[in-house]
Design a protein around this ligand. Structure first.
Ligand code: F3S
Length: 424
């Protein structure tokens, strides 16, 4: 690997042991993937250390002992509780105390404690074409596809990138790896794709087919002109759930796809598919595992909700009451919650009995089976959940072990009020 003199000096210890180790990790990663050089990054979305993973918080403490500070703007992914209001999720106190240790350490290292999977909703918008590093598959796919910034799935190595401002030049940082591979003609009507759930089903279907490759979607004109930010967030999250899609293109919408040919960099697709309403229905069916229509948990906000989405929920909840015994979490981040407080949206949501939960979500919380087992909590922690997110439905099944109903937001709200799902 070709290194700059400055990089070689860091490896020789010119900036201390911490920097030496951090850069060495990135060099080893680059060598393993035949990267020719390191490049500078402009932003990092960092994996907040989760107390539900044993040793994760200790590893942060070890890293912080080097007294290093991040040298690019750095946000953090989710933790396992609501930082300002731990009791809102019912997290065991011992676990909350462990998780609490990360906040001062993140502050000391110059990391913005955003604790969210949608940091771009807080204004972290890397420029198109810029190199960044990121964790959280739904954020990675957003940065690559919608913003046109360039990142790989950074994993644990993002920590070292945040501290050194460097990443190996490989994978999705290289233009030739960003070309489309599979063409998807979306043969659907606008009424088939009019909610976050519908778009997440589309993503789930396509992700299952392409695995880790780069799909190019061709939408009917009427749909292309009316596409919403929240729908693209849901689409990307689901593509990265059923597959490990890191980048997609929508011809005429995403920055690297001014046309179908442009998205494929003037090469031929490996394969071509038409998506019909049957595919969407099949994806919905595959993610419903409930054996009865009674529910005790409702989850909205996967990925974390925007202010706009909270306004919509408040409209649907105004004047209504959540049934006793039903837990209703709407997941977002503290910055958006503050905005909701200023405008009275939070008040409407709280009066209904629903909870605006920040910094986490069900599958990132203590409700995971493994964590419940450790703390002697009921397993599964809830019996039957309803959500409008295919990503959440999928992971809840695997990690919390409860039954799941996947349905649209109206059904989720109605189920929260009645304690059961009508359209079952
Ligand atoms: Fe975010 Fe949790 Fe979904 S981290 S993307 S709300 S699974």
């Amino acid at each position: 690997m070709k290194l700059l003199d400055k990089e070689k000096a860091i490896l020789d210890g010119s900036m201390g042991e911490g920097m030496q180790k951090a850069l060495d990790n990135l060099v080893q990663l680059g060598k393993a993937f035949d990267a020719e050089k390191l490049v500078d990054i402009t932003y990092c979305h960092y994996p907040a250390e989760m107390a539900i993973y044993r040793g994760d918080v200790d590893s942060l403490e070890d890293l912080s002992k080097y007294n290093l500070k991040t040298i690019v703007p750095t946000t953090t992914s989710t933790i396992c509780y609501d930082l300002d209001d731990p009791a809102i999720t019912g997290i065991p106190e011992e676990l909350a105390n462990e998780q609490r240790r990360v906040y001062p350490l993140h502050m000391k290292m110059g990391i913005d404690p955003t604790y969210t999977c949608t940091p771009y909703l807080l204004g972290y918008i890397p420029a198109p074409g810029s190199y960044i590093t990121s964790v959280e598959s739904s954020a990675i796919i957003w940065f690559n596809s919608v913003l046109g910034a360039k990142t790989n799935r950074g994993g644990i190595f993002t920590k070292f990138s945040a501290l050194t401002g460097k990443t190996p030049y490989m994978g999705y940082l290289k233009d030739e790896n960003r070309k489309g591979t599979h063409l998807f003609n979306i043969d659907l009507k606008p009424e088939n794709l009019k909610s976050e759930m519908d778009w997440s089903l589309l993503g789930f279907h396509i992700g299952k087919i392409v695995g880790s490759e780069v799909p190019v979607l061709v939408l009917p004109d009427s749909m292309r002109r009316n596409i919403r930010q929240e729908w693209l967030i849901s689409l990307g999250a689901a593509l990265a759930t059923s597959g490990s899609v890191t980048l997609y293109h929508i011809a005429g919408i995403t920055p690297e796809a001014p046309s179908v040919n442009g998205a494929f960099q003037n090469t031929k697709p490996k394969d071509e598919f038409t998506v019909s309403i049957n595919d969407i229905n099949d994806a919905k069916h595959a993610n419903n595992t409930a054996k009865s229509n009674e529910i005790d948990f409702v989850l909205l906000g996967c990925p974390h909700y925007s202010y706009n989405q909270l306004c919509n929920v408040a409209k649907l909840l105004e004047g209504k009451k959540i049934k006793d015994g039903v837990r209703f979490w709407i997941c977002t981040m503290r910055g958006i919650k503050m905005q909701a407080r200023w405008t009275g949206v939070l008040d409407i949501i709280e009066k209904s009995g629903a909870k605006l939960v920040c910094d986490t979500c069900a599958v990132e919380s203590h409700m995971r089976e493994s964590t419940c087992r450790h703390f002697g909590l009921k397993i599964p922690n809830v019996t039957r959940m309803i959500t409008d997110s295919t990503k959440q439905a999928r992971y809840v099944k695997d990690l919390i072990g409860c039954e799941v109903v996947l349905s649209n937001i109206d059904d989720c709200i109605n189920a929260a009020i009645a304690g059961k799902v009508d359209n079952f």
